[in-house]
Design a protein around this ligand. Structure first.
Ligand code: HMG
Length: 386
């Protein structure tokens, strides 16, 4: 039985900061951002947006198209949770008015957990093929102001409907795994920004490409030549290029530059979003689907990495007729309809984030259908935006 991604849709914050704003105001050469890390813009959330409202915006078109009747499980993957106990998925379930006969949980392991959610969903559908699972990856990447990670901030959500006979991506059984207990990037409970050992994190990421690939080969996975496209977790898009170069070395690929060039369509969205943590590798897949042609029958490899660290390499096949199910214009609007903000506004918003404590109402700012309206008696309030 074929199982995989039947539908996929994405959302991001309503605001955008051009990295030229950071370059000009900090005296940084813009080429460091454009060429050095491969980033151009970062998505920013308004005060009344968070991972739940982005998830709702991403999931809505999928529910409009397929209904919610057979969705009995929602897996919400995030590392920017809004509560220590209650799953962000349950807030989402309420906001979207989904039926009560559903199990809902949140999963966490840095940028990796949405891949675990996807694999769990595949296993659940294998057990009950008439059911569908809604997998959500939603995150907001925040580093300290003036830190080296600052230009790699961003955010977004990808919603995926997992089912039998999928229209978009048939996930193959072989998978390569790697876990190692390291401190390359983490966010203690008392912090709203991540702590990172940037260059070390890149080394761990690159090492885990080799480890996950080697496990993938031992698990009977396809050879390098049998994979047409590679989508990597993209904390910044140059990381994907570095990772692919590492893989081409391991696999002794002759024309490395030609192989690296095939990554281009996978980086179009992430360049403009910044890091979206758990959602990033799925934005890479979505970017490939939306921005390439003639993908039917092609095999795509996905490398998922979450600091701390867990990595997985797996593959899928794009079925015939997939194009009819895409939302290319919707995703172009998602990026183009963000409002540009300047450096001063960005810094003020970043600093104001930690001041929101106790009970408060948020100003109406989002351009999306759902809003986070504030906190009353320690309870988060979510509303339709109309
Ligand atoms: P940095 O130290 O400020 O930058 O921050 P740099 O000096 O290393 O320069 C970056 C690149 O720009 C270099 O290219 C420079 O040569 C180049 P490279 O040598 O690496 O090819 N450069 C220029 N190019 C053109 N013109 C110029 C110029 N100047 C420099 N004028 C760093 C870089 C990645 C460390 C920082 O952004 C950071 O700390 N980021 C956050 C951590 C991160 O993204 N790590 C990636 C791997 S870990 C991961 O992916 C997991 C994560 O998503 C979290 C999770 O799992 O939840 C982060």
């Amino acid at each position: 039985m074929k199982i995989g991604i039947h539908d996929i849709a994405a959302a991001t914050g309503s605001l955008v900061l051009d990295l030229a704003e950071i370059a000009t105001n900090t005296g940084t050469d813009l080429a460091k951002f454009h060429r050095g890390i491969g980033q151009f813009e970062m998505s920013i959330n308004t005060v009344d947006e968070d991972i739940v409202t982005m998830a709702a915006r991403a999931a809505k078109p999928i529910l409009d198209r397929h209904g919610s009747d057979n969705i009995r499980t929602i897996l919400f993957a995030t590392e920017s949770g809004v509560d220590q106990s209650k799953s962000a998925g349950v807030f989402l379930h309420g906001l979207l008015g989904l039926p009560g006969n559903c199990r809902v949980v949140e999963l966490k392991e840095a940028c990796y957990s949405a891949t675990a959610a996807l694999q769990f969903a595949v296993a659940m559908v294998a057990r009950k093929p008439e059911e569908k699972v809604l997998v959500i990856a939603s995150d907001i990447a925040r580093y300290e102001l003036d830190s080296s990670g600052e230009p790699t901030q961003g955010g977004g959500a990808v919603a995926m409907l997992v089912s039998a006979d999928p229209a978009l991506f048939e996930i193959e059984p072989a998978t390569g795994l790697w876990t190692s207990d390291v401190m390359d990037f983490w966010r203690p409970n008392d912090r709203s920004t991540a702590v990172v050992d940037g260059h070390y994190s890149m080394q761990v990421y690159l090492d885990s490409v080799g480890k996950a690939w080697s496990d993938f080969q031992q698990a009977g996975g396809n050879s390098f030549d049998e994979i047409d496209y590679f989508c990597y977790h993209q904390p910044f898009t140059r990381m994907a290029v570095k990772a692919h170069r590492r893989l081409t070395e391991i696999c002794e690929v002759e024309d490395v530059d030609a192989s690296v060039a095939t990554l281009e369509p996978t980086m179009i969205y992430n360049r403009r979003l910044g890091n979206s943590y758990t959602a990033s590798v799925f934005f890479a897949l979505l970017s490939l689907l939306d921005n390439s042609e003639n993908l039917a029958g092609k095999r795509v490899g996905l490398f998922s990495y979450g600091s701390g660290a867990v990595a997985e390499f797996f593959t899928g096949i794009i079925p015939e007729g997939y194009e009819k199910h895409l939302r290319v214009a919707h995703h172009a609007e998602m990026l183009d309809q963000r409002t540009n903000i300047d450096y001063a506004d960005y810094r003020a918003r970043h600093a104001a984030y930690d001041e929101l404590t106790g009970s408060y109402e948020t100003e109406r700012q989002t351009n999306g259908d759902y809003r986070f309206a504030g906190v009353v008696d320690h309870k988060r309030q979510y509303r339709n935006a109309e």
